[in-house]
Design a protein around this ligand. Structure first.
Ligand code: RAT
Ligand code: ZN
Length: 428
């Protein structure tokens, strides 16, 4: 007699066949050329691993590391983290998962065979292979028109690969206002540092023009833990009268970003809790974490009830507050286990809490891949943990008299992973 399959095995099987929409990556349409990173040297020099190698070899100066050619950095990381040490960290394990899925031998001291494999790939063929191995149907890019290389590609035009959807990223244009004023002016937008005159309408024109051009499905910004809404700002004295200097960023969000999102019927993604460049010498690896103000998220959701806010937060301590906020406001959609939270032990805890508080009305994960190949490991690792959490919930339901069928599982996984929550239009 055959042993009945466990719920965990059934969910794993259905999940393996469920195509995923990855709602936040740093990948690019292959037609955008060198912007799309892939291959072993890129995988090994991922900023998560740069931080780890410099911990393993603290006597290497930051400058010495950054002046090494990329292939030498990759060799160093391979030797230090994979050969001389057991690669137990999540970022290390990820590289091994990718190599294994590609059928490559990772038990090697030298990278030559692995490099030879990648040298024989074409980008288009490799994109197809990675999407297939990862079970990913489409990915959202992170698009920044103020990056001159990227802007040139959009301005020239190219034939879009429908698997790569656009998201307009706002950090470089709005976050450190007025630093971006010169760049926006250079593109023909009549903005000034004080947000006076036509500035706000010109920022709206910039957002509209670029949302239109790239067919942005949402706008996104990463925010410091200090982000506040409403923002009373700092108290100043002008002509001896007390006045409050409201932060430019909050003003821009409320008077430019949100109106454009509402008009276009697209969400705003708030990624809150990053303290940028606490160690500037580490480059992309030098950012840290801080506690976000949940009241700001709730106040935005309340005041702009017809706009969807996709929200991800960097601090583990914020996860419970986000679930509670989402219970209060149907236009808050929690998404992903972001960056330092994208580790199995944390994904397990966060996913269970979210499902207990919100059922299936959330987007459990995004990959944040910067390198194409990472889709394979980030999704394999997340599928395993999220599948387990879901199966445990189904077991609990069966014990409560509600057995869950394979059709239920299929429907649930589709809701969670096909990206449909991005296209919801909340009504007040
Ligand atoms: O996870 C990362 O790679 C970070 O460096 C950031 O890209 C972050 O995800 C972001 O989008 O700001
Ligand atoms: Zn990101």
């Amino acid at each position: 007699m055959s042993v009945p399959k466990s719920m965990h095995a059934i969910v794993a099987q259905v999940f393996a066949g469920t195509p995923v929409t990855d709602i936040h990556t740093h990948l690019f349409d292959p037609a955008m050329g060198s912007l799309l990173l892939w291959g072993i040297d890129e995988l090994l020099t991922y900023h998560y691993l740069v931080a780890e190698v410099l911990r393993a070899r603290p006597e290497i100066t930051y400058k010495a590391f950054w002046t090494m050619p990329k292939s030498a950095q990759a060799d160093l990381i391979w030797q230090e983290l994979f050969v001389k040490r057991t690669p137990v960290s999540e970022a290390c394990r990820g590289v091994l998962t990718v190599l294994q899925a590609l059928g490559l031998n990772a038990n090697t001291e030298r990278l030559s065979d692995i490099r030879a494999y990648f040298a024989a790939q074409t980008v288009h063929g490799y994109v197809d292979q990675v999407f297939k191995l990862a079970g990913v149907e489409c990915v959202y890019m992170t698009n920044d028109p103020l990056n001159p290389v990227e802007r040139a590609v959009w301005e020239k035009g190219f034939e879009r690969d429908p698997r790569f959807l656009a998201a307009l990223r706002l950090d470089s244009s709005l976050k450190d206002w007025p630093q971006s004023v010169a760049n926006l002016k250079a593109l023909g937008y009549a903005v000034d540092t004080s947000l006076s005159g036509r500035t706000l309408s010109e920022v709206r024109r910039y957002l509209n023009d670029w949302c239109q051009r790239i067919e942005a499905r949402y706008m996104a910004i990463s925010l410091a833990p200090t982000f506040r809404y409403p923002d009373m700002g700092v108290k100043t004295f002008q002509h001896s009268a007390e006045c409050w200097n409201v932060s430019s960023l909050t003003n821009l969000m409320v008077k430019a970003v949100i109106p454009v999102a509402r008009e276009r019927g697209i969400p705003v993604a708030l990624m809150i809790g990053v303290r940028k460049a606490v160690n500037p010498a580490l480059g992309d690896a030098g950012d840290s974490v801080g506690l976000a103000d949940m009241a700001a998220v709730e106040n935005l959701a309340r005041d702009f009830g017809d706009v969807t806010f996709l929200v991800t937060l960097l601090a583990r301590e914020n996860m419970h507050g986000l679930c509670v906020a989402a219970r209060k406001f149907k236009n808050i959609v929690p998404f992903g286990c972001w960056w330092f939270l994208n580790n199995p032990s944390l994904i397990r805890e966060i996913t269970a809490m979210r499902m207990e508080l919100l059922g299936l009305s959330l987007i459990p994960q995004h990959s944040d891949c910067r390198i194409l190949d990472q889709l394979v490991y980030k999704w394999a690792h997340s599928r395993a943990v999220i599948g387990d959490v879901l199966a445990s919930k189904y077991d609990d339901l069966a014990r409560a008299g509600r057995p869950v069928s394979e059709a239920d599982i299929r429907r649930d996984l589709a809701v969670l992973f096909d990206g449909r929550l991005i296209n919801q239009r909340p009504l007040v």
